[in-house]
Design a protein around this ligand. Structure first.
Ligand SMILES: [Zn+2]
Length: 152
């Protein structure tokens, strides 16, 4: 047994990974294939992870940018990219990508939702602050009147 044979067995004709049920069927029919995959990596947490690693040539478990070993994402059948949201949000690659998205979408890489909120508020109420709108003032008056019997 070797990786090349595994790839032939686990991939469909168009090079995509077969469904896990089909792969498990192969294991049932070829015990030596199952043994090979099971013993292929000493640090693999499951046979599903091992299959993925063979097909994607991942010899060493990937690490987060902070150095922590990454977990395998079973529903997505791939490795997590980060160990936690903190690492994800501080990734310069991701920050760069977010800035680019903002630039493409809004024409400014420093765009943030707060600015958009002010804009929408201005369009709707003629002021950039919601607390200055008549709607808000009226509401507050009404609430105060109901609560305290005064309208201020
Ligand atoms: Zn991390």
């Amino acid at each position: 047994m070797n990786d090349v044979t595994c790839k032939k067995l686990f991939n469909t004709e168009d090079g995509k990974q077969k469904r896990m049920v089909s792969i498990l069927k192969i294991f049932r029919e070829n015990k030596n294939v199952e043994e090979y995959v099971k013993n292929r990596y000493s640090d693999s947490t499951s046979i599903k992870e091992s299959v993925y690693r063979i097909l994607n040539n991942i010899e060493i478990r990937p690490q987060c940018r902070c150095g922590k070993v990454l977990e395998f994402d079973y529903p997505l059948n791939t490795f997590h990219k980060y160990c936690c949201s903190k690492c994800q949000n501080s990734d310069p690659e991701k920050i760069k990508k977010d800035k680019k998205t903002k630039l493409d979408k809004y024409g400014s890489e420093n765009y943030n939702n707060f600015e958009k909120m002010k804009e929408t508020c201005y369009e709707r109420y003629g002021t950039t602050s919601f607390t200055k709108t008549n709607e808000f003032i009226e509401k507050t008056k009404k609430t105060n009147f109901e609560k305290y019997g005064v309208d201020w």
